[in-house]
Design a binder for this molecule. Structure first.
Ligand code: MG
Length: 458
């Protein structure tokens, strides 16, 4: 069976309501989702976007029309829905969210009974049911029932708290600034941290479907507000979340924002002290600092294609303890094998509390690498041809897990990948030596531009 998907992207189905995500499409696709599950009950939750309540109702209607019972979770962070599916014994779940995408977007993410997004081949199966229109239409007696599930947020908070050493965090008496990004993260995270004795200050703390504070994507360029608040309040740490609360980006006590591979590696280092030899999963684009830290703890790092589902499924298939992405996604298997902004925050607070030193000092101990990013416009229809030509012209040690990763020396690599969602070829590189890295990026950038031009001309 081909794994080419027509509607599901890297993270479920995404689009603009009324344009790509029409009501008719959503209802019929949800009948296909119900038919795929075969039995309920199914838990449906949503993020704070303006279109989310409407889409949630349409999804519930489609699933019920295929004969399955539905419980509505209402507003929840994505990992809250996912953990509740597993913990409360649902046969599956659907989360309405477009994560960090601009406010006009929304999306449909399907999760299995284990709370993790369903595997790629199951997405293809749902698409087949939808395209062939072979979804089940329940008889009037068999239409699914509808109730609301009020235990999701509480279940989620209790689940994450049960994974950390509450006493050691309480003793450290941390001051934390949360940039909640006007997202559903606000429903759980301030409460969990307050219960651990943290002094919590919040910014962008009300849910707003237009994300009018700093937008739904936490990046160093959108987090100056967090940085300033941490410095002016003398906080120990700042944390920012994306639009559905599954990713967390951290700020140290000096107001410096750190990308996810730094803080993820800090956690790998901390957690492998307790479980040396445990397996770590990350994507092909994450910094090699994680490999160096894991090696010190006799652990192996398994690399996957880019995408949180790839990490989740590889963790389950290989019984891994930890997973991470450079965008701030961190996965802790004893809780659930999905990225989770609250779980990540609690683990960082525990690591800080155990250590006792300021956040910035602990980060200083991690291996240092230079990193560079570039991107090139490339029409979607020639992306694959461009990639084949790049592959043909790449020299040295080449990995083809996702895109083309070329190693120039022991610590220097460059990754060239087509974007999954935009007409772009992305270039990303890392090295101990800034000069070697700059030369490599420059060389391959001109190769990419040349290939794109040549193929465009035909
Ligand atoms: Mg997200």
């Amino acid at each position: 069976m081909s794994l080419e998907r027509k509607f599901f992207g890297t993270n479920g189905i995404r689009g603009i309501p009324g344009v790509d995500l029409t009501l008719e499409f959503i209802v019929e696709m949800s009948q296909a989702i119900g038919t795929y599950f075969g039995k309920g009950p199914i838990l449906v939750g949503y993020d704070g976007r303006l279109s989310s309540p409407l889409i949630s109702k349409a999804v519930s209607a489609g699933v019920m029309a295929s004969g399955l019972d539905v419980s509505e979770a209402g507003l929840t962070p994505t990992p809250g829905l996912q953990y509740s599916v597993k913990k409360l014994g649902y046969n599956g779940g659907v989360m309405i969210t477009a994560s960090h995408n601009p406010p006009q977007y929304n999306g449909i993410k399907v999760v299995g009974p284990d709370g993790v997004e369903i595997p790629r081949q199951d997405e293809v199966e749902i698409e087949r049911i939808y395209i062939d229109r072979v979804y089940k239409r329940a008889d009037w007696r068999d239409i699914g029932s509808y109730r609301s599930e009020s235990a999701v947020i509480q279940t989620y908070i209790e689940g994450t708290l049960s994974q950390v050493d509450e006493d050691v965090i309480k003793k450290r008496d941390l001051k934390v600034v949360l940039d909640l990004g006007n997202s559903v993260a606000t429903l759980a995270i301030p409460y969990a941290l307050s219960s651990l004795g943290c002094k919590v200050l919040t910014i962008n703390g009300h849910i707003d479907g237009e994300f009018s504070g700093r937008g739904p994507e936490p990046t160093p360029s959108t987090l100056s507000g967090l940085s300033n608040n941490v410095k002016s309040s003398g906080a120990d740490v700042g944390i920012a979340y994306d639009g559905d609360g599954d990713r967390a980006i951290f700020c140290d006590e000096k107001g410096i924002i750190h990308w996810g591979d730094m803080t993820g590696t800090l956690l790998v280092n901390y957690l492998l002290k307790k479980s040396p030899g445990a397996l770590v999963v990350t994507t092909v684009s994450t910094s090699q600092m994680v490999d160096l830290v894991a090696k010190k703890r006799s652990s192996k790092v398994l690399r996957t294609r880019v995408g949180s589902v790839e990490v989740s499924r590889a963790m389950i298939d290989n019984d891994a303890l930890l997973g991470l992405e450079e965008n701030g996604g961190f996965f802790y298997a004893p809780h659930i094998q999905v990225r989770d902004g609250l779980m990540t925050s609690l683990l960082i607070l525990e690591a800080l509390s155990h250590d006792g030193r300021p956040f910035s000092e602990i980060l200083l101990e991690l291996p240092k690498f230079h990193q560079r990013k570039a991107k090139f416009q490339c029409p979607n229809e020639i992306k694959m041809e461009v990639m084949r030509e790049i592959e043909r012209r790449s020299k040295g040690k080449v990995e083809k897990i996702d895109g083309v990763k070329i190693w120039a020396d022991e610590s220097t690599w460059i990754l060239l990948r087509p974007s999954g969602t935009e007409p772009l070829i992305r270039v990303f590189g890392e090295s101990k030596d800034a000069k070697i890295l700059d030369e490599l990026i420059e060389r391959y950038s001109s190769i990419v531009v040349e290939i794109i031009e040549k193929i465009k001309e035909g």
